[in-house]
Design a protein around this ligand. Structure first.
Ligand SMILES: [Zn+2]
Length: 120
């Protein structure tokens, strides 16, 4: 896999990441960074190991990702999943309920019919 190596903007440690990745974690200072690539570089057409070209490829690290932001994102995903599951649950319950009402109506209808026939 094509790797890029670049200095951590906070502590100067060596950061290694794959071409195309958008987040990198620094093991030394335990910060996460957003990777911004140079728009002029076609990432799909890069050959070989390009550790020395890291400076050319990567425009900048746009600050470290806020831990709160990461937590917010995780919470958002969880809430989103719960809402989806709830909607599916309501939908399924609705179908089951509709089928139950339908079969009750059928039984009622049959009973009504037989009682009418019995009267004649
Ligand atoms: Zn660092």
């Amino acid at each position: 896999m094509k790797l890029i190596s670049k200095e951590c903007p906070k502590c100067g440690a060596n950061l290694k990441f794959k071409v195309g990745e958008h987040e990198v974690h620094c093991e030394k200072c335990r910060r996460d960074f957003v990777i911004e690539y140079d728009d002029n570089v076609d990432l799909k057409n890069i050959a070989n190991e390009i550790s020395s070209e890291g400076v050319r490829l990567v425009n900048s690290f746009s600050g470290h990702i806020n831990e709160n932001m990461k937590m917010f994102r995780t919470i958002f995903i969880i809430v989103f999943a719960v809402v989806i599951v709830a909607f599916i649950g309501i939908f399924v319950l609705g179908i089951i309920n509709a089928q139950r009402i339908n079969s009750e109506f059928d039984q009622e209808w049959k009973r009504a019919n037989t009682s009418i026939q019995g009267n004649f």
